[in-house]
Design a protein. Structure first.
Ligand code: CP
Ligand code: NVA
Length: 320
């Protein structure tokens, strides 16, 4: 951390920020997106460097962080397990101490959340979760921003997060990192998640890190989970790191495909979301992901805008 920066924050899980901070970030993301669309130069992070550490594959996370940092005037260092000492058993603590002396902010995509926590505990600079086995907070931030753009209030009078209160999100599929993060978001922002997973793949509230279990309700039947929902969302049946379970999962998840019948059970203006990459014919029918209720391309693009707001916040604090 450079001199002058005091209250250093990390973003390791969704609950690391409060509702009021999300309202601020969405407001900044809206402004930053508008500037980007208008080709207005905005480079508050000139001379700042982001290190991106990937221990798992990525398209969206890499492109959105890298393009976003360059657009804000900064630069990027890209590291993977295979081309750094991270893959040759250098302790995480040592890697954190070294990398954080040379860059201003770090984004990590890895396996156990504990590795991320350990890195952050020994880092001099803010650390962002770019996906772990347990959480994917940057994606949920983008999803919420997308939801507000389509169904909420993102007008000149500011962000009204109360638009989300009392709403229902249907989660159909694996009780994975995305599901856990949706639960944290529901607890903080006051909406409810209707969760339907096959037996053996349930969400675990302790692992998900939620205290108020009224923020979600479990449904055995995915169609019932979708009934009346304002937003229907799903994710791959097999997340990165669980590939050995692929065949067993294909059998277990066969009935957890978001199809037209499930969308018809939801609110007439319900949105469909998927963090991508998607497998048409597995977790989602092609007619749904490519249909009129789907906002998946906006979700992907908004990763960049919300992460630019997040990096600005972690490095410069509140603007204005
Ligand atoms: N949604 C998401 O994080 O995509 P990538 O795995 O391509 O980064
Ligand atoms: N749950 C998925 C999300 C990919 C962006 C995974 O962890 O592989």
């Amino acid at each position: 951390m450079k001199p002058g920066m005091s209250l250093m924050k990390h973003y390791l899980q969704f609950k690391d920020l409060r509702a009021e901070e999300y309202a601020y970030l969405f407001e900044r993301a809206r402004l930053i997106k508008t500037r980007f669309k208008n080709y207005e130069k905005y480079q508050p992070l000139a001379d700042r460097t982001l290190a991106m550490i990937f221990e798992k594959a990525s398209t969206r996370t890499r492109v959105s962080f890298e393009a976003g940092m360059y657009q804000m005037g900064g630069s990027v260092v890209h590291l993977t397990t295979g081309d750094s000492q991270l893959g040759r058993s250098e302790p995480i603590e040592d890697s954190a101490r070294v990398i954080s002396r040379m860059v201003d902010i770090v984004m990590i995509r890895t396996y156990e959340q504990e590795k991320l926590r350990l890195f952050a505990a020994h880092s001099r600079v803010p650390v962002i979760n770019g996906l772990t086995n347990e959480f994917h907070p940057c994606q949920i931030m983008a999803d919420l921003f997308t939801w507000l753009e389509h169904r909420g209030s993102l007008g000149p009078e500011g962000i009204d997060l109360s638009a989300l209160q009392g709403k229902v999100v249907a989660w159909v599929g694996d009780g994975n990192n995305m599901a856990n993060t949706w639960l944290q978001a529901a607890e903080i922002l006051g909406f409810k998640v209707h969760v339907s997973t096959p037996g053996g793949y349930e969400v675990d509230p302790v692992l998900a890190g939620i205290e108020d279990r009224s923020c979600y309700q479990v449904f055995a039947d995915p169609l019932e989970a979708c009934r009346g929902a304002h937003l229907v969302t799903t994710d791959v049946w097999t997340s990165m790191g669980f590939e050995a379970e692929n065949e067993a999962r294909k059998a277990a998840f066969a009935d957890w495909c978001v199809d037209a019948e499930m969308m018809a059970a939801a609110q007439p203006d319900a949105l469909f979301m998927h963090c991508l990459p998607a497998h048409r014919g597995e977790e989602v029918a092609a007619e749904v992901i490519d249909g009129p209720q789907s906002v998946v391309w906006d979700e992907a693009e908004n990763r960049m805008h919300v992460q630019k707001a997040l990096m600005e916040f972690l490095l410069l604090g509140r603007i204005g």
